[in-house]
Write a protein that binds this ligand. Structure first.
Ligand SMILES: [Fe+2]
Length: 312
């Protein structure tokens, strides 16, 4: 079988992972193959569909005027408001007509190299389960609501769709250099928590923001967080928190700019220049930054989620 280096430009098949390349030790359920795809999508109950509908309605109270227009347009194009957990077959047909993407069910978080491979082939892996009423507000692992409601509408935008594929194509190289954390920061601050400058203000396009009720308002309107124009090199050197609101967001001027900044950067050179352990703190504003809002960091300094501080 081919190695990561040999197959860096050949995404037709999964390569063998060399022993020295780190990957999280995930336990693969017996029913899934090397591609980690579920044999079929879960048959959701009417209670599950009701959870989807309630989550959907909750988001629709906060998203208009705060979510990127491309995201709102994507919800419409895919008719995601029709009710119940979407059926992936139909969703994929519609997405295929628009941008050539599909949505595929996976049991859980999947190994990095497999995830990259699906993205490189314009397949978006989505969790094959939905949260319960008990975990309605916060879940550790991304479920079908986060993955489909949060991510899939943006895949109807042609330039964003190309960016996601390029992101996947960049993955194996990051693994080979052992710089997955740097590439992960880029995903975090764009795909999950990205902001976009639109004519009438700053809007959110990141799925981590758009799939929950609190961060949508905080990310776009609160005084606490820093908002800094995206610079790929800077972002890939920046740390991030996974279980609280972000102290800093990065803003793009357009999806074209995001795409261009990413494909034009020579990642070989970048990875060679990165110290293995170095990152900027996620609260830092540094001299190269083009700052949109210098945040008060009040929410973070008061102790964040655990302290009961208001996300103001
Ligand atoms: Fe996500």
């Amino acid at each position: 079988m081919a190695t990561l280096a040999q197959t860096e430009q050949d995404f037709t098949r999964l390569p063998d992972l060399p022993a020295e390349v780190f990957t999280a030790p995930l336990k693969k359920p017996d029913r899934v193959g090397d591609d980690w795809l579920e044999p079929e999508q879960t048959q959701y109950s009417s209670d599950d569909d009701a959870i989807w509908n309630d989550l959907f309605q909750r988001q629709m109270k906060v998203l208009p005027g705060r979510a990127a227009s491309a995201f709102m347009a994507g919800l419409d194009k895919l008719d995601l408001s029709r009710g119940g957990v979407p059926e992936f077959g139909r969703l994929s047909e519609e997405l295929d007509t628009l941008t050539g993407w599909s949505v595929v069910p996976v049991p859980m978080l999947i190994p990095d190299h497999v995830f990259f491979w699906h993205l490189a082939n314009r397949r978006f892996p989505a969790g094959n389960f939905i949260r319960t009423r008990e975990t309605f507000d916060y879940i550790q692992e991304p479920d079908v609501f986060h993955d489909v409601f949060g991510h899939v509408p943006m895949l109807t935008d042609p330039v964003y769709a190309d960016y996601m594929q390029e992101y996947g194509r960049a993955g194996w190289k990051a693994m080979r250099y052992n710089r997955l954390k740097a590439l992960g920061s880029l995903y975090w601050y764009t795909v999950e928590f990205g902001l976009l400058q639109e004519a009438d203000g700053i809007k959110a396009y990141g799925a981590g923001i758009l799939s929950g009720p609190t961060e949508v308002v905080y990310a776009t309107e609160a005084k606490s967080p820093n908002r800094i124009m995206l610079n790929v090199d800077r972002v890939m050197r920046t740390d991030y928190v996974i279980s609280d609101l972000q102290p800093t967001y990065f803003v793009i001027e357009s999806f074209e700019d995001l795409y261009r900044q990413t494909v034009e950067r020579d990642f070989d050179q970048l990875y060679k220049s990165l110290g293995p352990g170095f990152t900027y703190a996620n609260t830092a504003v540094i001299d190269v930054d083009h700052v949109v809002n210098h945040g008060s960091l009040e929410y973070t300094l008061r102790g964040g989620r655990g302290s009961g501080a208001a996300p103001a």
